[in-house]
Structures are given as C-alpha cells and as structure tokens.
Design a binder for this molecule. Sequence first.
Ligand code: ARG
Length: 418
Amino acid sequence: MPEKAKVVLAYSGGLDTSVAVRWIQEQYGMDVIALTVDLGAQEDLEEARQRALEVGALKALVVDAREIFVQYFVWPALQAGALYEGAYPLATALGRPLIVKLLVDTARQHGAEAVAHGCTGKGNDQVRFDVGIKTLEPDLRIIAPAREWGMSRQEEIRYARKHGIQVDVTTKSPYSTDENLWGRSIECGRLEDPWEEPPEDAFLWTRNPADAPAEPEYVEIGFETGIPRSLNGEDMDGPDLVARLNEMAGRHGVGRIDHVENRLVGIKSREVYEAPAAVVLHTAHRALEGLTMTRRALRFKERVAQQYADLVYDGLWYSAFHQDLLGYILSSQRAVMGRVKMKLFRGQATKAGVESPLSLYSKALATYETGDQFDHKAALGFISLHGLPTQVQARAQLSALSSVEVRSRIVPPEVQPE
Ligand code: ARG
C-alpha cells in the first residue's frame, strides 16, 4: 500500500482540533501528526497526547517550548514595551509564530506536505498562522478545518459523537480561551456585550481584587538589558520567573484587562485578558527605562513600542521590518539595568522604588535642598533662546491673525480683577 500523505496539525487537545484530526482524514485522506506545543499553559499535555492518538492521529508529539518562548518572544516584546492599543500584552499573538516555526520544522522532519491549524475564519490567529507558514515554508499546503468545514457548534458536536470523539459539553466553559506563560485570552459568551462587566467565572489566574489580601506584597525585580533576571534577589530562569510572578500578582488581583480591540480582520471585539506577570513586568520595565534613558530616547521608544505591538499583533513576526525594529530595541536596552520594587495590592501593581547603577537621575541636580548643583543662571539664557521664536512670532503675527477662530481657544479672554 502506498504511504499516505502527511499533515502536521497544531493540536490543543480541545474539541475543535480533535474533530479536525478525523475531519482531515476523511476529507483529505491524509495521515495526521498531532503536535502539541507547551508554552506554559496550565494544561495536562500528556492527556492531550493520549487524546490525539485516541481520535486517530498517526503520531502525537509534545514539545516543551517554554524556554524558547520566553527568550525569543516574550523578552523582546517586554523590551519593546509592546502593548497592543496600550492594553494587551500580546500573549496569544506572541505564541503563534513559535507554533508556526515548530509546525514547519516538524513537517520537514517527518516529510509532511501540509500543516494544519484549528483557527476559524474570523480571528487574527488564522492570519498569524498562514502568513508565518507562507513566510517560512512557502511550499507547504495549509489546511484550516474550522475555516473550511462550515459546521455550527451543534453540527460539530454531532460529528464528534458520530465518530466516537468524546465531547465534554457540561464542563465546557462558555468562553473561548487561549493561554500561555505570558497571559490568558478570554472571549465569547457574555463577554460579547461590552456593557456587561466580565463575570467572575471568566477569570482563572487572578483573584477578584475585592477578595485579595488586605496587606500589600512587595516584590523586587532585577533587570539586565531590559530583561528580568531575578525576583527578590534570587536569580531565576525566564519561565520560572514569569510563572512565579503570575501566581504572586494573580493572588493580589493584578493583571485583569478588559479591552474593546481592533482586530486585524476589521472587527471590533471585546477581549478580556489575565496577564499578571506581564502587567507587573511592563510597569517595572517602564519605570527602569524612565530612570536610565533620556527624554528624547523615551519619546522615540514609545513610537517604536506601538509599531512593534502592531507588527506582532498583525502576524508579521518573520518580516524584515521586524529585524529593523528589533535592532533598535535591543540597542536601546543597553543601560536598562537595575532593580524595581513593585507593590502588589488589590488589583494594582505600582512602582514603589527604582534604582540603577546607570541611573540618569542626579539628586545634586534635582534637589531643592542644600547641595544643589544646578546652574540657575544658565536657566535664564536657556529660557530666552527657547522662547525666542514664539516671541518673534507673537509680535509679527498673533494680533494680525486675531480673527482666526482657533486663536480664541488658545488665548483666554481678558479678566478684570474685582
Ligand atoms: N484577541 C487576541 C489576539 O488576537 C486573543 C485571541 C485569543 N484566541 C482565542 N482562541 N481565544 O491575539
């Protein structure tokens, strides 16, 4: 018998990808190799592996990619300060290009001619998968069962039952979720109404701030080149550090994010996230940048951060533009080292203190007390040159253009003292 063509499927262990195993066999007559990638989701991956075999996969592989995930994806995003639309730390978006890379590698290793993923035709993830795959290995065929099969949820469940695939509808959460070390993404169900406050059952990693401990907890984070290396003085590797902070900050209700988000495919969507470690680390990282980078560098970095977040969100991880931006980001982090003391309390993570051997803060220049070294006389000369163009312009133009509507918005009316 000739060998069947093979496809490597990104397999999560959930209903969609389990049905996908059987569906691909039926529709495409291919053998399915299930690949489950461990990015630090708190799920039983051995169970997922067994399930893949039960539903008919030829092989079921599990890859522990936590270390690579943090080192190659999470840390650069943190160094960049990447928060999509100022809110979303990009957990799901950062995980996709790594899964893509592992799919492509596995396809090569096993001589597969196609790869498959469980994304629907509505979200960002299908874009991230497809663009990533086409960039890394243009000759691979892409199969996306959930985008192709056109089954409703009910039909999918019927299909599963018919093929002896176990469906766990009662315990199934009303939400669609995705998680990895950097955060948990939650959508659907009651969250689809932006007026409705996220119900408590949407959250798994964070305590309700109202039930969080009555005492604050302090945690000290040590950074080198913008990368966290220690917690409370103890050196830790990336995955441990992030997992530890998720737990610590989650206990204090830190890291809940509620965002009406602009999807790449043009839809506005209500998304809820839990990202305790990401929220703490971004806040701490920004505080340390504030101490060690100049004003001009900080202003520019904000723009880079936004570009970087959009690029990651938009599935362009493997683009040349990414290399260019990352080049700047890495260079900008040379001096971002030191310690940040963070206070975790009732849903908030705030900076309590910051310190760096490369600090640009000079008490001698800043102080209003004795020991002031700032040259007050130099301020006079500075002010006259700094204000000169505005002064010249006011004399030449302001009164002549007084009919211009906007002027009355800038110059308040004259007030008579009583
Ligand atoms: N909106 C987020 C993003 O595009 C999260 C997507 C989460 N996916 C999911 N299946 N729940 O990155």
